[in-house]
Design a protein around this ligand. Structure first.
Ligand SMILES: C[S@@+](CC[C@H](N)C(=O)[O-])C[C@H]1O[C@@H](n2cnc3c(N)ncnc32)[C@H](O)[C@@H]1O
Length: 211
């Protein structure tokens, strides 16, 4: 698998698809603004943080799967991976490179992830997309589908967190002092900065989504 990933990396580097003619109107058609529709792989540290939070019985939904390199790594460790990528040029080139090395438990879907329902048996979703503008929509759809965890860098924009989608969320007003992280994707601090090390409180709404 390492050899396939090396081939993918080489192909991706010469394939800066967001600068190709037609990309802007494609992105607009899909409601992807600014960098949200850009494919750019993350580093090994980010991928390791995702991999170490998977269980062997997991059924994973990879949202914005890019050139499928993480999807391939995940497929080696879990029961099944559904990899959804909107960009046909990125995912088409990746499939060409992977060829007959495509594992049976990796199902690749070229679609806007917001246009398709999460498969009902999915246990964990992966959203590596720091520029995501639709976090709240993903969150609500996954929760409604019964997905248990969301592994993402979209909320704090650095590092990876594992969100328990089943956990009850508090009203924003309950946060008197400390960090909060909202289902809409916003994060912030309430108070005078007296508890900077405290773990964030999961809230169901916040000033960003109540505006
Ligand atoms: C920053 S890249 C990360 C790719 C991959 N997750 C990785 O870590 O290597 C984000 C990817 O999400 C894709 N994407 C963004 N919005 C999407 C959507 N609504 N549906 C499917 N793919 C989407 C982009 O085309 C891009 O390839």
């Amino acid at each position: 698998m390492k050899e396939v990933i090396r081939r993918l990396a080489a192909c991706t580097e010469e394939n800066r698809v967001q600068f190709r003619k037609g990309f802007d109107s494609f992105a607009a058609r899909h409601g992807l603004s600014a960098w949200e529709g850009w494919f750019s792989p993350y580093d090994d540290e980010i991928y390791s943080s995702v991999l170490q939070n998977l269980k062997k019985d997991d059924i994973v939904l990879d949202l914005g799967a890019g050139d499928l390199r993480l999807a391939l790594m995940m497929a080696e460790r879990v029961r099944r991976v559904y990899a959804v990528e909107v960009n046909p040029v990125v995912v088409g080139a990746a499939l060409g490179v992977i060829g007959f090395d495509l594992p049976r438990n990796l199902q690749v879907i070229c679609a806007n992830a917001l246009d398709i329902a999460p498969p009902p048996e999915v246990t964990v979703a992966v959203l590596l997309m720091r520029h995501c503008r639709h976090f709240g929509e993903y969150f609500d759809r996954l929760q409604a589908a019964g997905c248990q965890r969301l592994i993402t860098n979209a909320r704090w924009k650095s590092g990876v967190e594992v969100i328990d989608l089943m956990k009850p969320r508090l009203p924003f007003e309950d946060v008197q002092e400390g960090w909060y992280a909202c289902r809409c994707g916003a994060v912030g601090y309430v108070g005078q900065g007296e508890q900077p090390q405290a773990l964030p409180v999961e809230v169901s709404y916040c000033p960003s989504c109540r505006r």
